[in-house]
Design a protein around this ligand. Structure first.
Ligand code: DHB
Ligand code: FE
Length: 302
């Protein structure tokens, strides 16, 4: 059976991608941001998921403003980086997992979450920047990634509760997949930021920190936050945080927070990051190690 072992959330600020692509990560402004992800990369290298499901938003790159699906699942075999105005980012093509993705589509649609199925899609900074933050800059991404794009660009985006419940449906879908896969779910975007209008530059660290606390302690409370509260407290683009709730909904009720990082600012944005592990992950890890030991004992005795 496939299972979700952990979830991570992180901001997806495009300037982070530009800093990587233009080799400016060593500048003091950027070392403050990137140093917060050193432990995350170690955790990722240790956790080694078979598949990542990345909940992100398209910023009018793949979909333009002509067509805006509320939830769009990438079922293709690969997803090239989108041209966001400066040419596509020099990052590897994202390889998908069509079998698991179409299984998720079937399961969640039969559970009445009517996703748009994308058999061809480009992915923008919303997806590629979190991959860099968690995996660094390898020649190929180390595992397949299933993109799940959420509309937070044009009103009305889905509610917090809808996102949380979609996470639950995704978890059910993964757990009913026959293959033996360990899956990590990414929730991306946020934290507080507003990039235009009279309140441009708004950052609300108090709101962000409470959001991080409740992601661990009381996610149901976050699933009741209305759009207007995100707008008021976290700025117009703070609504991206609903995507973190898809990730949280896909995890167990009781989880272990293994890492957290918060810094202000990167570009116009408060950068927040958290790693949450399902407790079953540890038990499963122990069983796997015991099985490996037993296997090597059997081999020795033969
Ligand atoms: C910024 C942040 C975002 O999340 C985004 O998608 C675009 C711009 C910013 O901080 O400038
Ligand atoms: Fe964004």
């Amino acid at each position: 059976m496939a299972r979700i072992v952990a979830g991570i959330a992180c901001s997806h600020v495009p300037a982070i991608g530009a800093a990587i692509d233009n080799k400016r990560t060593g500048e003091p402004y950027w070392t403050r941001v990137f140093s917060g992800f050193e432990k995350s990369k170690e955790w990722m290298a240790k956790t080694r998921p078979d598949v990542v499901i990345c909940v992100y938003n398209d910023h009018a790159s793949a979909f333009s403003v002509d067509v805006i699906p509320t939830f769009a699942l990438g079922c293709a075999a690969e997803f090239p980086p989108a041209d966001e105005g400066w040419g596509p980012r020099p990052v590897p093509v994202v390889k998908g997992h069509p079998e698991l993705a179409s299984h998720i589509a079937q399961s969640v649609i039969l559970d009445e979450f009517d996703l748009t199925i994308c058999n061809k899609m480009e992915v923008d900074h919303g997806l590629t920047v979190p991959l860099n933050l968690m995996f660094g800059s390898p020649r190929e991404w180390p595992c397949p990634v299933i993109p799940l794009a959420v509309n937070v660009v044009q009103y009305p985006p889905p509610t917090s509760h809808r996102c949380f419940m979609l996470g639950r449906a995704i978890r059910k879908a993964v757990e009913s997949y026959p293959g033996d896969l360990r899956v990590v779910v990414f929730g991306t975007g946020g934290m507080s930021h507003q990039i235009s209008g009279p309140r441009a530059g708004l950052i609300n660290s108090k709101f962000d920190k409470a959001f991080l606390d409740n992601l661990t302690k009381d996610p149901q409370k976050l699933a009741r936050i209305p759009h207007v509260e995100f707008m008021r407290e976290a700025g117009a683009e703070g609504i991206e945080m609903v995507m973190w709730l898809v990730m949280r909904g896909a995890l167990d009720t009781r989880i272990d927070e293994v890492y957290r990082f918060y810094t202000v600012p990167a570009s116009n944005t408060a950068v927040g990051h958290i790693i949450l592990e399902n407790r079953a992950k540890k038990a499963a890890g122990k069983v796997k190690r015991a099985a490996a030991r037993a296997g090597s004992a059997v081999r020795r005795s033969n």
